[in-house]
Design a protein around this ligand. Structure first.
Ligand code: HEC
Length: 131
């Protein structure tokens, strides 16, 4: 029974993209607090970047991540950001920050939180929000 249930969850997650509600609202709220404290100094409170640090929403960001699995964005943030202290965020904090980025990019929230499991994140694809 357990095996059947988990493979069904995997199948359901497989075709999902950032347009399908892949994060929870409460997670984005937690992510905002982390972003403002840890990321905004370089990427700006607006997420639009500042000098050397690129924007984390908008056209260039969309082009960079379009069609990529969310596991790649997760690993990118987890292992290289914040640039002045890489590797210091817990996996849950990385997922929370991603939820905040998605919220600000106008992706819809869903019922369940963005996972921290790499296999589950691999099944989710970044597709830019309709503008
Ligand atoms: C000390 C400044 C600094 C801080 C703090 C910082 N970043 Fe960055 N970030 C950069 C710079 C500079 C780049 C581009 C060069 C690079 O990739 O290292 C970058 C690149 C990125 C990218 C890749 C953007 C793209 O277009 O692919 C992401 C995603 C990112 N940062 C997310 C974050 C998040 C999330 C945080 C907070 C947890 C954060 N950064 C904190 C400076 C910073």
């Amino acid at each position: 029974m357990v095996v059947v249930a988990s493979s069904m969850i995997f199948l359901a997650a497989q075709a999902k993209t950032t347009r399908d509600g892949v994060y929870a609202e409460a997670q984005a709220t937690r992510g905002q607090a982390i972003y403002d404290k840890v990321c905004a100094s370089c990427h700006a409170p607006s997420l639009e970047g500042d000098g050397q640090a690129p924007a984390l929403v908008g056209k260039d960001f969309d082009l960079e991540w379009k069609d990529q699995p969310l596991s790649d964005l997760f690993e990118r943030i987890r292992s290289t950001m914040p640039a002045d202290a890489p590797g210091t965020l817990k996996p849950e904090e990385v997922a929370d920050v991603m939820a905040y980025l998605f919220n600000r990019a106008n992706f819809p929230a869903g019922v369940s939180a963005l996972p921290t499991d790499i296999a589950a994140l691999k099944a989710l694809t970044y597709i830019p929000a309709a503008r």
